[in-house]
Design a protein around this ligand. Structure first.
Ligand SMILES: Nc1ncnc2c1ncn2[C@@H]1O[C@H](COP(=O)(O)OP(=O)(O)OP(=O)(O)O)[C@@H](O)[C@H]1O
Ligand SMILES: [Mg+2]
Length: 452
């Protein structure tokens, strides 16, 4: 029998490349593996508790949410943490995972809970220095710097902690383990041991996790399966703002995002993301359009910019930042075929301002407006917001949550909204959006009428 040192896959003959994890030279001979894989004998046993119905469930304890007071974080995890919740948080190096975890730990400790922050990467002096810089003061927040799994398990089982934070799971060591350091197999063993210990003690756990080259959580998918909540902390690269997204949540929706700004005193929730993203906008430049995009259940105003220039290349360039390139090619093709705007000899550059990325279909109309605006060198008048999906026939189609989007535009002082005709029925009699001029359109060619 041969076993992969990396992922634990078994092969009856030696192979140079593991068929499971595709790593080379990781198969090693294991003795007695065949004997140990005896047929398991299943024995029936009566469980201690009987199954319950919804009517019986009144006796069960309701979920008591722990509000951290950091509104952005509470939103991302579905209106607060739950006692015993396990959370995996991944992010690029230096994005601010440790900073966020320390701040959250402090706020949860301030609710009277006992928290242990274990750093496997930094010394105690480093952690304390950072905690002081962040002005943390809770008396029930404890710090420790260690990385041996047995010591961590001891603290979970004997420390009486309500939450334990492990920063990061990749640096935990397992004495006597055959699996390679940081390997998929090792991580699986570690995560399983820690979560089992936490469940026994009803202790919540935060695992900080490194990410791989593709930006996903480094390690086995099992990691994401065994926790209640998976969060990713992203940055807009050169910007100081960070976005916390929820990808899995057993206690709430995964729709909400939290936006933070990194400052010397730590991360601060950005209360008004719209103001943040459109603050430096030049009002009447051709190619610039504000759109109301939807993030979770909230709407956020962002600026879309397009630049259309002549091309001297056989295949003109289409460069996009923060938006899918395929979407731009489709919009350009529709504008050319249906509206006669000659874009096949032009280079098109499209950018979503602020380094964020937008994938939702409602970005089509603002992108089309910005391309036509740059092509014609005519700006959309000041005070306009646009959103809507475009189809391949040049029609503008309705999008969801049009009222929420228009409300955000009203709140931010915009005076006019260009949106799909089919959404008019949703917004016609809504009082809270009075005072904004509605411009419903059903065809992309109408865009030209609005450019001045
Ligand atoms: N003294 C400081 N003053 C201001 N900002 C700082 C200071 N020290 C760190 N930062 C900010 O904090 C960020 C690092 O945060 P943090 O260590 O929490 O990230 P991380 O995601 O935990 O990184 P790693 O992957 O290395 O553990 C830096 O990129 C910087 O923006
Ligand atoms: Mg860190």
């Amino acid at each position: 029998m041969y076993k992969c040192n990396n992922c634990g896959a078994i092969s009856i003959k030696w192979v140079g490349k593991c068929p499971e994890c595709l790593s080379y030279n990781t198969m090693g001979e294991v003795a007695g593996e065949r004997e140990s894989s005896n047929v398991i004998k299943f024995k029936r046993k009566s469980p201690d508790i009987s199954p319950v119905t919804i009517a019986d469930s009144e006796n069960l304890n309701p979920l008591n949410r722990i509000k951290t007071g950091i509104k952005e974080f509470d939103l991302s995890v579905g209106s607060g943490l739950v006692k015993g919740q396990s959370v995996l948080i991944g992010g690029e190096p230096g994005v601010g995972k440790s900073t966020l975890m320390l701040q959250i730990a402090d706020r949860v400790a301030a609710c009277g809970l006992k928290i242990l922050y274990i750093s496997t990467e930094e010394s105690l002096v480093q952690i304390i220095l950072r905690a002081k810089r962040l002005n943390l003061s809770s008396k029930t927040l404890f710090f420790q710097s260690l990385n041996e799994i047995n010591e961590i398990l001891y603290f979970i089982e004997n420390g009486g902690y309500d939450f334990i934070i492990i920063d990061s799971i990749q640096r935990i060591t397992v004495p006597g383990s055959e699996s390679a350091y940081g390997s998929v197999n090792r991580l699986r063993e570690i995560a399983h041991e820690i979560t089992s210990a936490c469940i026994k003690k009803n202790c919540g756990a935060f695992f900080v996790c490194h990410v791989n080259k593709e930006g996903g959580i480094a390690g086995p998918k099992t990691l994401e399966h065994i926790v209640d909540t998976v969060l990713y902390f992203d940055s807009g690269k050169r910007d100081s703002y960070r976005v916390l997204r929820c990808y899995k949540n057993r206690f709430g929706s995964t729709d909400e995002i939290g936006i933070y700004e990194m400052s010397e005193n730590g991360l601060k929730g950005v209360k008004n993301p719209s103001a943040y993203f459109i603050s430096e906008r030049q009002t009447d430049s051709p190619g610039s359009v504000v759109t109301a995009s939807l993030e979770g259940t909230r709407s956020m105003l962002v600026e879309v910019q397009a630049l259309v220039v002549p091309s001297y290349m056989p295949v003109p360039k289409r460069v996009c930042l923060g938006i899918d390139g395929g979407r731009i090619s489709i919009i350009a093709a529709v504008l050319e075929k249906k509206e006669g705007i000659k874009l096949s000899s032009k280079e098109i550059y499209v950018k979503i301002f602020g380094g964020i990325s937008i994938q939702e279909p409602a970005i089509d109309l603002p992108v089309a407006v910005s391309i036509v605006s740059s092509y014609m060198e005519k700006p959309l008048p000041y005070g306009f917001v646009a959103f809507g999906e475009a189809d391949l026939t040049g029609e503008v189609r309705g999008v969801k949550n049009s009222v929420v989007r228009i409300k955000e535009a009203v709140n931010m002082g915009f005076t006019d909204v260009l949106f799909p005709q089919s959404n008019l029925k949703d917004v016609k009699n809504v009082k809270s959006i009075n005072g904004i001029n509605l411009h419903p359109i059903s065809k992309l060619k109408k865009i030209i009428e609005y450019l001045t």
